[in-house]
Design a protein around this ligand. Sequence first.
Ligand code: PLP
Length: 422
Amino acid sequence: MKIETKCLHAGYEPANGETRVLPIYQSTTYKYDSTDHVGKLFDLSVDGHMYSRISNPTVDAVEKKIAALEGGVGALCTTSGQAASLISMLNILSAGDHFISASTIYGGTVNLFAVTLKRLGIECTFVDASASEDELQKAFRPNTKAVFGETIANPAIAVLDIEKLARVAHKNDVPFIIDNTFATPVLCRPIEFGADIVIHSTTKYMDGHAIQVGGVIVDSGKFNWNNGKFPCLCERDESYHGIVYTEHFGAAAYIAKARVQLMRDFGAYPSAQDAFLLNLGLETLPLRIERHCKNADTVAHFLAQSDKIEFVNYPTLVGNGYKELAEKYLPNGASGVISFSVKGGRDNAVKFMDALQLASIVVHVADIRTCVLHPASSTHRQLTDEQLVGAGITPGLIRLSVGLENIDDILSDIKLGLDAIE
Ligand code: PLP
């Protein structure tokens, strides 16, 4: 099946007489015929649902759909993108471990890595992902256990050289974990370029309508955990009757552990209702993404012509530093998200934003409705000046998430913003 077809049909195949549309299984619990069967469920020797903190049939169908979209062996939905980032890391890292992350990533993830994981004894080194492989190699330590990056970084709109990062990670026997939120599997499937684990904030394009917060982790099933660095997957887990994940689950060891161990303990599993809504978003994802990309490309070229604009970040623009990488990894478009800096810094950024009538100021991105945000005073407010530079954020930077409105209306609105700047 091609991606458009998978978006509609993967994950849920109704049998004769069953509901055509994925049902909402609004139940915390499941009924069994015998205590023996429950015992087998707890031993993980039979498949089935135990409790909706760990799995649920509606969420399960959406997980299967997203795994199919990304080309993975399994997926685990979470209550937010942040929970997906956290669980993807804690699934293989413990106190005393170290990992490497691209510096151009979402501000909330920077905070999670630099502050919260540090408090748990896990250290992150942020690197310039455009550095050479030799430079990147210098960041590795004996206790390094993962490499992390974003396909299209929020809000610098930096495109990652996925194959390079995967190569460096694999040379060091560690997995490459990638946040594919902005690209979505419609524009890029990082597993095809060597990524091992893919995460998403499904809150963004996958949902697309700004109606529920969610996340997902997808396991490629391709990483060899049995290399001495990951005893958590290859040795007995006493908290789960001595199970050895790689032996019991084979290629799906990572995602199975994330569910039965971490999701069991953290309880960040989405509701059936939210999964149902996410599925509605996924069904139209390819159509929406196509229009988002087309509108954003037009807006980027329009902004780039204005003498009131310092620079525009959008990979399809001539002269953009990521054009070549975008042609390789994002041949069908670079998402609906643009960032640009107005001349005159923060004051003019505020004037521009306040003059808009169609685009709304929201702490959100990747919505069907055009929206804007000033990262330095909102999503990235907690970053130091040095971290802001690392994330590619200037005081005048505006993030514009181009929606699905008629392009003429979007351009008229942007003209209002530009006219407000002296
Ligand atoms: N990853 C990226 C690229 C994001 O833009 C965001 C949120 O903006 C997140 C992760 C966190 O996701 P959530 O807000 O669903 O927790």
